[in-house]
Design a protein around this ligand. Structure first.
Ligand SMILES: [Zn+2]
Ligand SMILES: [Zn+2]
Length: 563
């Protein structure tokens, strides 16, 4: 066997939920699997989303032979623009995933010309030294695949996101035979890399079908409009909602740009089946009797700027496409991603205040996970029978728990690698080794572009958000260092209490006194600490204090007012 190692480089998704990205490197050739984004935790103020730090690949862009996608969810596709800007490699995806990628890239004149090769489940493509079979798996979006990646060092199975749904909405169960076939072929399976999201959930994940009765009951009992909130890429859920709506004589409208674009594309490709007469625009829907309408909206994570967030009065500065009215029923058909729970519950409370009846899991079974639970994970391990196991797609606690399950089905601990982003794993002559560490952190995207914002900047934003700002501008004479005009004091994020004038007067006196003492080193620092102390002793506040000394030449004159 060749002495050239197969290197597996996790760039995202190991040690976190989100921004999945993996590189497979053999000799001079590299294959990327998925390019996902992560939604920021609440305290990352101002960050739109987070993408993988893939600087390891910057100087190797010409060696990347292709980017393969497992499915169309944001945590697997959302960073595509940012990755293609540096690595314009051809992409490979199943038809629906390809459609979702095209929707993402259509606004970009250059990137939209990079080819996306369509590969159907069951087909195999050769990409450099890698031969990749797409194996159909069930998840919460149609057209999801696991990848069997054949390399000169052996076969690696990369599951993508999966559950073993025996009665999926699209009628296509997982291709068990294809998964199992690799265990008996040639030297068997070198390594399995599998989804760990629900590694702490015992048993089996229920089929997507189980939520149909809950949806149906909710819509049947709803006296007026029904709004269903979910992810714009949860195509299976759209289909389910549409089927129930049609049965109950309701028409369906999609609200929000991403929702509308994805639904239109999925319908064109045949993944969403809704007859013409039942698909209406928002304007038409608002003219129909309320009991004949279902609206599908974004905002299942409580994002203030989403449609649902705006309807709840949380974001968009009051702009909303319509108003929530008593009699409306809102169904939240997704689980909060960890970190979003607070926002989701706040949204629910605000919707209830406005008169809506809100249904969410566990009040009604209107959502079910798209990921395998423990018994399915064991089944995957038993079907594939890998020599080595690497848990992926999960926080560290999920990866560790998944490793324990693998040991239960007989994989020795020394053949399991629990690693986080950036830890390179090498396979050579059937042996596994965890080797060097490469960057695998977070890159922030703000306003659609990669930002230079550091974690220090984020801390500053948090300080400003929590404590407010006290800005003191002090004009001083360039020659004498003495006060050369009125001191200007501004606050943001807090208001001075009644009698605040006294505080301001005191502040000005102290600053004047400090200046009068003269020749102090680091005057700004000294003044800052004076202001900080006064704010605390007089107001019991600890605002962020910024003191700016504006040195003025004599010619400007003493009485010159600040501009
Ligand atoms: Zn997924
Ligand atoms: Zn995922």
């Amino acid at each position: 066997m060749s002495d050239t190692p197969l290197r597996i480089i996790p760039l995202g998704g190991l040690g976190e939920i989100g921004k999945n990205m993996m590189a497979y490197e053999y000799g001079e050739d590299i294959l990327i699997v998925d390019t996902g984004l992560m939604f920021p935790p609440n305290d990352l103020l101002g960050v739109d989303y987070i993408i993988p730090d893939f600087q390891y690949l910057y100087d190797k862009a010409h060696r990347v032979k292709g980017i393969v996608y497992t499915h169309g969810h944001e945590d697997h596709t959302g960073a595509v623009r940012h990755v293609l800007e540096r690595i314009p490699a051809p992409m490979y995806a199943t038809p629906l995933t390809k459609g979702l990628l095209e929707v993402k890239l259509k606004g970009d004149k250059i990137l939209r010309n990079i080819p996306i090769h369509e590969v159907k489940a069951g087909e195999r493509v050769r990409i450099g030294p890698f031969s990749v079979e797409f194996i159909h798996v069930t998840h919460s979006i149609p057209d999801a695949v696991a990848l069997a990646i054949s390399t000169p060092q052996g076969v690696v199975i990369h599951t993508g996101d999966y559950k073993f749904d025996q009665t999926p909405i699209d009628g296509k169960p997982t291709d068990f035979a294809a998964l199992a076939s690799y265990a008996r072929r040639g030297r068997g399976v070198l390594a399995l890399l599998a989804d760990s999201t629900n590694a702490d959930k015992p048993g089996w994940t229920p089929s997507e079908r189980v939520i149909t009765p809950a949806l149906e009951a909710a819509m049947r009992e709803a006296p007026g409009r029904v709004l269903v909130a979910t992810f714009a890429s949860l195509i299976s859920r759209m289909q389910q909602v549409a089927e129930v709506a049609l049965r109950l004589g309701r028409k369906i409208a999609f609200v929000g740009t991403s929702m509308v674009e994805n639904a239109r594309m999925a319908r064109q490709l045949g993944y969403l089946r809704i007859p013409d007469e039942s698909w209406v625009s928002l304007e038409e829907a608002l003219k129909l009797p309320p009991q004949e309408v279902v609206l599908m909206v974004t905002g299942s994570q409580g994002e203030p700027s989403s449609i649902l967030g705006r309807l709840a009065g949380l974001g968009g500065r009051g702009r909303r496409p319509f108003n929530i009215e008593p009699g409306d029923t809102v169904i939240i058909a997704a689980h909060p991603i960890p970190g979003n729970a607070e926002n989701v519950y706040r949204t629910i409370n605000r919707l209830i205040q406005r008169g809506a009846n809100v249904l969410y899991d566990p009040v009604a079974q209107v959502h079910v996970s798209g990921h395998a639970s423990q018994e399915e994970m064991k089944l995957m391990l038993n079907l594939v029978q890998p020599r080595y196991f690497i848990p992926i797609h999960g926080e560290l606690r999920h990866l560790v728990q998944h490793a324990r399950l693998a040991q239960q089905v007989g994989i020795p601990a020394d053949r399991i690698a629990v690693v986080e982003n950036g830890h390179v794993i090498e396979f050579r002559r059937g042996q596994m080794q965890v080797t060097e560490r490469v960057p695998g952190g977070w890159v922030f995207v703000e306003g659609g572009v990669v930002s230079d914002t550091s974690i220090r900047d984020i801390w500053d934003r948090q300080d400003l958000a929590r404590r407010g700002l006290l800005l003191v501008q002090v004009p001083t004479d360039a020659q004498t260092g003495r006060l050369a005009g009125p001191i200007d004091i501004t606050t943001r994020g807090f208001s001075l209490p009644e009698g605040g004038d006294e505080f301001l007067a005191l502040l000005r006196r102290r600053i004047k006194r400090a200046l009068a003492r003269g020749d102090v080193d680091d005057l700004e620092k000294v003044l800052t600490s004076i202001v900080q102390n006064l704010a605390y002793t007089e107001l019991r506040r600890r605002p962020v204090v910024v003191v700016i000394l504006k040195s003025r030449a004599q010619t400007e004159g003493d009485g010159h007012q600040k501009g």
